[in-house]
Design a protein around this ligand. Structure first.
Ligand SMILES: [Zn+2]
Ligand SMILES: [Zn+2]
Ligand SMILES: [Zn+2]
Ligand SMILES: [Zn+2]
Length: 732
């Protein structure tokens, strides 16, 4: 049995959506920028015919917006057809679509605040700019909203009546027209619409963190108590407490979300379950140990904090203390957070002035400042999630951690960076940090910890998102999160051990200060630094990924691309005879580079590069024994001693290796070989005589002649995953 299809609409298939989604994830332009190109003086003006564009113009819109040269022709065709709605099909130019429909659709899908999206859509359709839309124009916006909702896998049969209701409510005077103010006001009070527009929720107590969800089993609405119906059993579900409602019921004053803090200091330290009704079918009751059976309705209660389930009547009896369950060590329960009555402070964040929304997690809706009174013998976890890491994975991880922990301890780095989280936790003596993101995100947090001048420097664990992630690999957290059970990973964090990791300052001083060149990406090295052939590969790789995102979707492909670059003939040409273009001094000792034909130099802090390649190579443990970091000299250049010297990320030393050429790079990337060991040193000065490609922690740039100084900065406290992890992280 197949889903009913409307014959006149050539629908996009699910694979199309996924493909389009991947393109949109990588695009950095905004629809309104592309739209400008279709203005009279724009680059694409000649493709616009009045209000419309033809298929060629549509193709150019996509190419410009998504920044790709070779967008698949068939996908472009199907997308184009999906914009040929009934209205334009009847129009004379049936071979064209309305530019504003296209713009409205894509702007609904891009990142941004709902208020801005509502206003953008309004202005798009308010042709004469008189500030009011008639009902047919509003219908067209709604049509594009439904279109976007389909793309996001919503069952629009549920959304349509909600939007219709909203329109009736907005046009209170039945004038048939809607003003901008009415439109935005109406939209901002419509919960399902806000969820569709990607509302970035600012956490207020009692406000659910809604998202659209499909269920594969019968689920009942917490508001009207009836079942979620329809083919895909769709509803809005709160990420924090799992309260679930029909789209239409979300506007009908649902019960508030769970409390995330207590009212006053005297209420702290009193652990109590927080019960939410429903969806406990066939699970065992924690009190009477009997199965919780469904009687066609909301069944049982589950506790938001410890996640135990009980019969409704069992939840009322014997109020026991909530233990917070198996994640007790990490959870900051509501009874550990209380407000203090004082003026909300304007906390100055690192580097950026305080904006209005960034410390909402730390204050009550009426402006009282929240403080932590931690539960004894726990190590509350301060979580930072970079939602932009690893495609949509960052958002998924954010949501799941908001459920497993208290949303007040889970910070979205897109909302004001790490400042608010660090300042909320800064008076705690014993806590841990979890960074969910790539190596770059980890570096960001370590910098913020440096700058925050904290009395206690908390240890940092990593949940690696995206690809690469060499630092996470070295700390045994794996190269990339693949959707494993997060509570198991949290338990691994509980069993992890602390380790100090060196961090290095890098200073690049150009010879000619007036010459303009690429900016140096970082001032600190956490992972590695390289010059020459390796960096030029990274540089090309970086440029290619920007231009052709579709080719870089899987980790496997990333590896293949490296290999392809590494073995290409032309690459190494610019780095031939590198030893003539630079000199290296390690603690005053010049390295002799003349004997080998080096095309690249890499300086390593950690034993992994470009997603798991080990350039220094293994050193047998037995050989390295006997030399502790105290006894080790400031610099070692003797090849015989280097041979038995192991790499270590907390020895206050850097490893210097030489790379002989492109072919060798290919072998190193595929693990067939390691590089030539040149030195182990606590300080380096490099002087270059010509422009060379360089990279720090995977970020490449082209650097004109310069002097580079690398010195030890400090050591960061990191968490190393337990050797035998309960998770499924494979080493590679
Ligand atoms: Zn309902
Ligand atoms: Zn909730
Ligand atoms: Zn509980
Ligand atoms: Zn029971």
């Amino acid at each position: 049995m197949s889903a009913p299809t409307k014959p006149e609409v050539k629908e996009l298939n699910p694979v199309d959506f996924i493909q389009l989604q991947q393109y949109i994830e990588y695009c950095s332009l905004k629809v309104k920028d592309v739209l400008r190109e279709f203005d009279a003086d724009g680059r694409l003006a000649r493709h616009r015919h009045g209000e419309c564009i033809n298929e060629e113009g549509f193709g150019l819109f996509l190419k410009t917006y998504l920044e790709v040269e070779d967008f698949p022709v068939d996908l472009c065709q199907r997308l184009f057809r999906s914009f040929q709605n009934a209205e334009s099909a009847q129009a004379e130019r049936s071979k064209e679509v309305f530019l504003k429909d296209v713009s409205c659709y894509f702007s609904l899908l891009e990142d941004g605040q709902p208020r801005d999206k509502l206003e953008f859509a309004f202005r798009l359709y308010d042709r004469d700019g008189n500030g009011v839309l008639d009902s047919s124009e509003v219908d067209r916006i709604i049509a594009q909203m439904m279109h976007a909702a389909e793309y996001l896998d919503w069952d629009v049969s549920e959304l349509k009546p909600v939007l219709k209701d909203m329109m009736t409510a907005i046009d209170a005077d039945s004038s048939g027209t809607v003003s901008l103010e009415e439109w935005v006001e109406g939209g901002m009070n419509n919960v399902p619409l806000l969820v569709l527009l990607g509302l970035k929720v600012t956490q207020k107590d009692g406000q659910h963190l809604w998202r659209m969800k499909h269920f594969n089993k019968p689920v009942y609405c917490n508001v009207c108590q009836s079942m979620l119906l329809g083919l895909r059993k769709q509803g809005l579900c709160c990420s924090c407490c799992k309260y679930t409602v029909h789209g239409r019921c979300a506007n009908r004053n649902p019960a508030p979300c769970t409390r995330t803090y207590v009212k006053a200091k005297k209420d702290t330290g009193v652990p109590a379950h927080e019960w939410v009704s429903g969806n406990c079918e066939s699970r065992k009751c924690d009190r009477c140990q009997k199965k919780i059976r469904s009687y066609q309705g909301l069944t049982g209660k589950h506790c938001v904090w410890c996640h135990t389930m009980r019969h409704d009547e069992c939840a009322e009896k014997e109020p026991t203390e909530c233990t917070c369950g198996s994640l007790r060590d990490h959870i900051l329960p509501p009874w550990a957070i209380y407000p203090v009555i004082k003026e909300r402070q304007n906390i100055v964040k690192n580097g950026c002035s305080s904006s209005t929304d960034d410390s909402d997690l730390n204050t009550t809706p009426d402006g009282q400042v929240l403080q932590i009174s931690p539960v004894p013998n726990t190590h509350p976890l301060l979580v930072f999630v970079n939602p932009k890491s690893g495609g949509k994975q960052g958002e998924r991880v954010l949501r799941k951690l908001q459920y497993l922990l208290n949303p007040r301890q889970v910070y979205n780095l897109s909302n004001g960076g790490p400042g608010p989280g660090l300042s909320f936790f800064r008076n705690l003596q014993d806590y841990r940090i979890l960074v969910c993101g790539g190596d770059g995100t980890v570096g960001w947090i370590l910098d913020a910890i440096d700058k925050a001048n904290m009395t206690v420097r908390p240890p940092v664990a990593v949940l690696p998102l995206g690809t690469g992630n060499d630092l996470a690999r070295c700390l045994r957290w794996g190269g990339g999160y693949d959707g494993e059970d997060l509570s198991r990973i949290l338990r691994d964090i509980e069993g992890s051990s602390q380790l100090l990791m060196d961090r290095w300052s890098v200073q690049v001083i150009s010879d000619e200060s007036d010459e303009k060149g690429d900016p140096v990406p970082y001032e600190i090295i956490n992972n590695y630094f390289s010059i020459g052939v390796d960096a030029s590969i990274a540089h090309r790789f970086h440029t290619m990924r920007e231009k052709h995102p579709q080719k870089f979707n899987s980790r496997m492909k990333n590896k293949l691309w490296y290999f392809e670059f590494a073995t290409s003939e032309t690459i190494s040409a610019s780095c031939k005879k590198l030893s003539e273009s630079l000199s290296i001094e390690c603690c005053g000792t010049s390295l002799d580079l003349s004997s080998s034909s080096l095309e690249g130099i890499a300086i390593l802090n950690i034993p992994s590069m470009h997603g798991g390649s080990n350039l220094w190579g293994e050193t047998k443990k037995a050989d390295a024994k006997g030399t502790t970091s105290q006894e080790e000299p400031e610099v070692i250049v003797n090849p015989e001693i280097l041979k038995v010297t192991a790499q270590d990320l907390s020895d206050r030393r850097l490893e210097v290796v030489g790379l002989e050429g492109a072919m060798e790079m290919g072998q190193i990337y595929t693990g067939l070989k390691s590089a030539v060991r040149l030195a182990k040193t606590s300080q380096i000065i490099i002087r270059t005589k010509k422009a060379l490609p360089m990279q720090i922690d995977g970020e490449p740039w082209m650097q004109r002649p310069c002097t580079i100084q690398i010195t030890h900065k400090n050591q960061a406290c990191m968490l190393m995953a337990p050797q035998t992890k309960s998770g499924f992280f494979a080493s590679k």
